[in-house]
Design a protein around this ligand. Sequence first.
Ligand SMILES: Cc1cc2nc3c(=O)[nH]c(=O)nc-3n(C[C@H](O)[C@H](O)[C@H](O)COP(=O)(O)OP(=O)(O)OC[C@H]3O[C@@H](n4cnc5c(N)ncnc54)[C@H](O)[C@@H]3O)c2cc1C
Length: 573
Amino acid sequence: MPNFFTDNKDLIFQFERLDLKEVVQIAENNYEESKKYPYAPTNYEDAMENYRKVLEVVGDIAGNYIDARAGEVDTEGAHYKNGEVNYASGTVENLKQLSKADLMGMVLPRRFGGLNFPTSIYMMATEIIARADASLMNIFGLQDIGEMINKFGDESQREEFLPKFCTGEYTGAMALTEPDAGSDLQAVKLTAYQDEKGQWFLKGVKRFITNGNADVHLVLARSEPGTKDGRGLSMFVCYRDKSVVIRRIENKLGIHGSPTCELQFNDTPAWLVGKRKFGLIKYVFDLMFRARLGVSAQALGISQAAYEEALKYAKDRVQFGKSIYNIPAVTNILLDMRTTLETNRTLMYAAGTAVDIKEKLEELVEKNKAEGKNDTELNERLKSVTKFANFVTPLAKYILTESANKITYDALQIHGGTGYMKEFRVERLARDARITNIYEGTSQLQIVAAIGGVLGDILKDMFDKKEKKEYPGGLARLSEILKEIRVIFYDSLKYVVDKKDVSFQDIAAKDLVELYSYIYTGWLLLDEAEVNERKKFIANRYIIESLANARKNAENIKNELFSDILHADKILI
Ligand SMILES: Cc1cc2nc3c(=O)[nH]c(=O)nc-3n(C[C@H](O)[C@H](O)[C@H](O)COP(=O)(O)OP(=O)(O)OC[C@H]3O[C@@H](n4cnc5c(N)ncnc54)[C@H](O)[C@@H]3O)c2cc1C
């Protein structure tokens, strides 16, 4: 009986390392919630035990049921007929099972039927589900719509929508993208207008909308006539009634179980969420923290599945009289995959914890505001945590989704010709991974989001502190390497800054972000290696490889590899 939580030692390692004391204390209102709800935890240990049990349930459903249906879901896919979308039959079963287990409102408040869990735990559930079926994660992950309504909607909207999100009766969709507004959401055209009674209506087209057949849609729309940028956009919630026409669903490379819809809103009644004009600049911006985490967790789940497939296949496959697992070139690929997988998980839950802390501090600040209080220290802390989350979430999304593609590529390679065949699940995983570095902001846009933190040396204090620490034995050598990478980083950064050329800075951003990520992730791994003997191998491979990569990143920058961009028109014939 496979359980995708309990069989994953590294996930359990990360679960046990989570430090959510402050987060849980705030979420549980100093454990006062337990007086109202008998199943709410009475202390931190109780809460962690509760999370563990729920993750075991998720692991059981994923390992024993969702995983078994994933192949059929991929083959059948979601289908479209006469303007309606039907999920693949396996998806229907999966959603029923998740709803029955009360897993569709994981982060929503208890008063609406939710579990009131931290985001990090929800992300662990997301990873587990994506390992079984990446396409299901999309629908499961759209619980975020409920969380957006909870956070920015008013009480009547919460009461209207959230209870049915928690039971799984409603699923959600996030309608941002349009034919001419993809990465650049400031270009959104879909119009929101009001009648004389003040009722809002939506008119226009959205495309590439995951689960566009959902009951409830959050829609980014232009509410301010005559505007052209993000300041004219507001967020609306609406039901998918008859006025919302599903024009088609996309025929995609992967995640076949997740319908991707083109939608036509024909004067659809809608309600403003939060404040007018804040749709993009505040609410979508905020949504991105969780959306990036969600896709990172999806990429991690796919990576885990691909690694498992590759390891199993390598052990079974015999060539030249021995298992290919014992051929050093193959073993080396597996070691690289495993190192990346575990490193990514470390980064994933560092980012998850950052978002958890940010969200809970926000709640405290809001509470203070409502009570007319002002806690300057808390406000400052929130500012700094938000800055960090704003750096670490795009970093995680960039690293985890790019490497999900690499891990699935390597897993397929280890399968040889067999990997190219439909009978083996690794080809599905490779197809499913491909979307992760595109949606919720492409990798290029994650670099744009992360570079500010890198240019501002956001982790300077952390790095200074780590450099002063004495590590035992072989770890001391690795800490010296991290110091060396930092020197390389500063050297490259200075080169870029001194050039005072914005275009050069834009192109060098990818190398700078990668350089910075080696240092940050490297220190996180050293901390893990201090408490876990096996993790020394992971830290060793990652840090040594990072030094080689860092030198290459620096060479790219300092040798001005990109200078030929000036001649692009001559080269790109
Ligand atoms: C399967 C699927 C599901 C989706 N689900 C949803 C959903 O539920 N809701 C929703 O609103 N949207 C959804 N999307 C849309 C998705 O978020 C966009 O496709 C994505 O953000 C990229 O936008 P685009 O496709 O218009 O590409 P473009 O913005 O046209 O980008 C094309 C290329 O140009 C690059 N580029 C663009 N601008 C820059 C820049 N400033 N710097 C560097 N490079 C740049 C991009 O990185 C990319 O490589 C989905 C898309 C797919 C494929």
